[in-house]
Design a protein around this ligand. Structure first.
Ligand SMILES: CCCCCCCC/C=C\CCCCCCCC(=O)NCC(=O)O
Length: 365
C-alpha cells in the first residue's frame, strides 16, 4: 500500500529546490512527498514491473493499493479495503508506510534498524465549544467563552491518559538491548521485562517516547470572538488525539469530557478511528519482511515498534491480522524531519534498495 497525495507547501518556506519540480541533486530527489509517500510508492510498481519483465509469477495473489487522499483522512483506502472484504478476500499480509530504516534509533543503541510498525495508534478529532452572552468587553463576566475553552485545554495536560507499554515496544527494547553497550543493554533488558516501569519512564521523557506509550492530545486549532472589545458569544478549540493501543475512541472521549469537568464546554467527536491490535512478530509474515530487509539493507536488524501517526492500513487491521507499516528506505533523523517540512527528499540509492526489498518480498511469498 502507499498513497500519492501530499500535504501542501507553505510558500514562505525556504526550499533549496522548488518543491514541485522533482529536482535531482546531490544524490537526492527533492520534492514534497518524496518520502511521504511517493518514494515508498514508486518502489512497489518498479519491483512488480521488473519481476513481470523477468516472467516471474508470485506464489500468492498480490493487490496493489494506492490511495489519493491519505493526508486528508479520505476514503480511498477504506473503499479499497471494503471492496476486498466484500469479495471475501482477507490478505495474508498488508504492508504500508509507517516505518523505515533508521540509524541509532535510541541513545546507546548501535547500528541501523528497520523499524516495522506492528501496531498503529487510533485518532479522534474532538471539537470543544462554549457559548457566552456577548456584550461590551469593558464589563466582562468571570470567564468568557474564550476563557472557558482555554481552561478546558489547560486541564488536558499530559497526565490525562495513563501510560501503558505495548508488547511490540517491550520486544523492541529486548532486541535493542543486544545492540547496546553493557550498562545500557542491561537497562534495556530490564525495561523490556518491566512494562509498567517502561511506561512510566517513557511518559516522563515526553515527545516520541511518551507518544509510544500513551494517548496524546494536541490542541491544533482555536477560534472565537469577533473583535478586540467585544465579549465572545462563542469559542471553539480542536483537539487531535492519538489513541493508545488498548483504548478506544469512546473511552478517550469520555475521559477528555470528565477531565474538562465543565458542563459549559461541549465535547463533540468530529471523526474517529480505532487503534489497531498488534500484529505478530513470530509468524511467517514478519520473518519474510526481515528476510527481505536482509536483501535490501543487510546492515539493519528488523525491529517492531508502534506507529504513532495514522496510515491507510487502518482500514485493513479491522479484518486482517497481519498488517505491517514499513517503507524500505533509510531515513536519517534529519531526513525524517523533512516529512511534512522543508527540503523533503529521498536518496536515489535508497529508491534502488527499496525496489530490491519489494522484489525480495514478492519472490518470498
Ligand atoms: C524508539 C522509537 C524509534 C522510532 C523510529 C521511527 C521510525 C519511523 C520512521 C519513519 C516513519 C515515517 C512515517 C511517516 C508517515 C506519516 C503518516 C501521516 O502523516 N499520516 C497522517 C497523520 O497521522 O496525521
Amino acid at each position: 500500500m502507499a498513497h500519492f497525495d501530499v500535504v501542501p507547501v507553505d510558500e514562505s518556506d525556504d526550499w533549496t529546490h522548488p518543491p514541485f519540480a522533482g529536482v535531482v541533486a546531490d544524490g537526492f530527489v527533492f520534492g514534497r512527498g518524496a518520502l511521504d509517500d511517493k518514494g515508498p510508492l514508486l518502489v512497489v510498481p518498479e519491483a512488480v514491473e521488473n519481476l513481470l519483465a523477468a516472467g516471474f509469477a508470485p506464489a500468492r495473489e498480490v493487490y496493489l493499493s494506492f490511495g489519493g487522499n491519505e493526508e486528508t483522512f479520505g476514503d480511498a483506502a477504506e473503499a479499497i479495503a471494503q471492496a476486498l472484504r466484500q469479495r471475501g478476500i482477507v490478505p495474508w499480509m498488508v504492508i504500508d508506510e509507517g516505518g523505515a530504516v533508521v540509524d541509532a534509533p535510541l541513545p546507546f543503541v548501535r547500528g541501523a534498524a528497520a523499524m516495522v510498525g506492528v501496531g498503529e495508534k487510533g485518532i479522534a478529532t474532538l471539537q470543544l465549544s462554549a457559548r457566552g452572552d456577548g456584550g461590551h468587553a469593558s464589563a466582562p463576566p468571570t470567564r468568557t467563552a474564550v476563557g472557558r475553552i482555554a481552561r478546558a485545554v489547560d486541564r488536558l495536560g499530559p497526565t490525562t491518559f495513563r501510560p501503558r507499554t505495548p508488547a511490540g515496544i517491550s520486544r523492541m527494547l529486548r532486541l535493542f538491548s543486544a545492540r547496546a553497550n553493557r550498562p545500557a543493554g542491561l537497562l534495556l533488558r530490564a525495561l523490556a521485562a518491566m512494562p509498567p516501569v517502561t511506561a512510566r519512564l517513557f511518559a516522563r521523557l515526553g515527545g516520541a517516547p511518551a507518544a509510544l506509550v500513551r494517548t496524546t492530545i494536541a490542541a491544533t486549532m482555536q477560534s472565537g470572538g469577533t473583535a478586540a472589545n467585544v465579549l465572545p458569544s462563542q469559542a471553539t478549540a480542536t483537539l487531535n488525539l492519538r489513541i493508545a493501543l488498548g483504548e478506544s475512541v469512546a473511552s478517550a472521549t469520555r475521559r477528555v469530557t470528565r477531565r474538562i469537568g465543565d458542563r459549559g464546554v461541549r465535547v463533540e467527536l468530529l471523526e474517529g478511528s480505532e487503534p489497531s491490535a498488534e500484529s505478530r512478530t513470530d509468524n511467517a509474515q514478519f520473518a519474510l519482511i526481515a528476510r527481505s530487509v536482509g536483501t535490501s539493507h543487510p546492515e539493519a536488524a528488523t525491529v517492531p515498534y508502534v506507529m504513532m501517526a495514522a496510515t491507510d492500513s487502518r482500514y485493513f487491521h479491522r479484518f486482517c491480522p497481519a498488517v505491517y507499516r514499513f517503507a524500505p528506505l533509510a531515513m536519517s533523523a534529519e531526513l525524517r524531519a523533512t516529512i511534512h517540512g522543508v527540503d523533503e527528499r529521498v536518496s536515489v540509492s535508497e529508491l534502488e534498495r527499496g525496489e530490491r526489498f519489494h522484489r525480495a518480498l514478492l519472490m518470498g511469498l
